[in-house]
Design a protein around this ligand. Sequence first.
Ligand code: SF4
Length: 346
Amino acid sequence: MKEPLFGKTLAQLRALAQELDAPAFVATQLARWLYKQGASDFDAMHNLPKRLRQILGERVEIGRREPERVSLSSDGTKKYLYPTAHARFIETAFIPEGERATLCLSTQVGCKMGCLFCMTGKQGFQGNLSAGEIVSQYRSLPEHGQVTNIVYMGMGEPLDNLEAVLSSLEILTSEWGFSLSPRRITVSTVGIIPAMRDFLKRSESHLAISLHSPFDEERRRLMPVQNVYPLPEVLAALRESPIARRRRISFEYIMFDGLNDTPRHAKELVRILSGLRCRVNLIRFHPIPGTPLASSSEESMVRFEQQLKASGIMTTIRASRGEDIMAACGLLSTKALVGTGREVDY
Ligand code: SF4
């Protein structure tokens, strides 16, 4: 198999140019063709010498992934199925909303974290995506020109695949790449502390932390990661990290009926977040097969929101999108396709 070019950073393209005895500026030309022009073959790269194009064609491939299937929700959300290495698949959600259009990217095939409320967690882990596979979900999206915001909240734990995620962010935000503002990109995590510290140092994008309960025992039941990186340590790491004001830290809070939606929970949440410049996003739970968890009522969610707001915490209830095509939060899964090879329809 030839090595893919799509997903290489400028530094990696420079190393390749050097290996091929080509001048360093060839790297910038290649980046332009790959990311700005969207070239799908080397013949299109007419400002590169013919001999170099030939050598490139023999040594490497463009390697951009294209979606194989799309599902359309009644609310306009679309879910795309992308192939990855070793005949595996991931899902990507495109969520248009008035002036805004959000793209929800996946970073792993399945996930190791095993959160109780999540279909991807139930799938188990089948592999990391490369930077090229992450960025392909943006560039190969038919609507990529409409995307205003990107969230790394699809399949997988982004900070469990840190280097590929950082490379993908570099490509999306660099002038030689897609020139998107890092302020339009949010990366989520369950709170893997060493990788979170690294992410805060080495990128400029926003960070969203999945919180879901302020109480140790409860969070442990919902999210096994609490056994390794307990929430108080995650919050302490955030308090110690220098974070520029323009960067946003948010906490994601999926609401479960009777489990984490009581006034006692809101009070404790206010206490543990005190002094942190942050916002809280309340998310409706979308029940998944075989879980005892149920979704909070609208009334409980609004009451919880008001309690947080009254204590000075910026809080929003996130609109639920794409539930009918299993594209909503926590519902992405390609488990049914694991081991089936590439036998899917477009
Ligand atoms: S919620 Fe995120 S981290 Fe948890 S299992 Fe699902 S994909 Fe993994």
